[in-house]
Design a protein around this ligand. Structure first.
Ligand code: RP5
Length: 163
């Protein structure tokens, strides 16, 4: 299957954070591919990735990075595809640096920024699935069932205790 979603990250050390995105996409049978593309350490690879992603059949890019996290914004500057940015938790500043680097895009180049860490990566995949589902009724049906199941699980565990 040709990948519809590209998951990219600044370092292999980001994979632990980004893997939940791949797991949700797999659960929904949405084809994905993941690779390391570093804005600072491999700028030419970044350029090639961003310039070719659309022609390679990618519909949406999920980009995770930590620290001075320029990756999502730089990719967004070179592709018309939607880019979802995931701030990876950094050691020095707990990911606040990553969050601010990704979220504060100047007017005119858009990155959709998610929460810091694995929850953000998971939600990036969820948002990607929601976007694809707009034009894919079978995927939309699966998504409805997934959300109904999630609601049911919460309801089943809603009673915490009493005295
Ligand atoms: C960023 O620097 C990466 O996205 C990663 O979150 C962080 C640390 O990278 P490593 O030193 O673990 O390669 O570029």
């Amino acid at each position: 299957m040709t990948a519809k979603i590209a998951i990219v990250m600044g370092s292999k050390s980001d994979w632990e954070t980004m893997a939940p995105a791949s797991e949700l996409l797999t659960e929904f049978n949405v084809a994905w591919r993941a690779e390391v593309v570093s804005a600072h350490r491999t700028p030419e690879r970044l350029f090639n990735f961003a310039r070719n992603a659309k022609a390679e059949g990618i519909s949406l890019i999920i980009a995770g990075a930590g620290g001075a996290a320029h990756l999502p914004g730089m990719i967004a500057s070179m592709t018309p595809l939607p880019v979802l940015g995931v701030p990876v938790q950094s050691k020095a500043l707990s990911g606040l640096d990553s969050l601010l680097s990704i979220v504060q895009m100047p007017k005119g180049v858009a990155v959709g920024t998610l929460a810091i860490g694995a929850a953000g990566a998971f939600n990036a995949a969820l948002l990607a699935i929601q976007m694809l589902a707009i034009n894919d009724p079978a995927l939309a049906e699966k998504l409805d069932a997934w959300r109904a199941q999630q609601t049911q699980t919460v309801l089943d565990n809603a009673h915490i205790g009493q005295h």
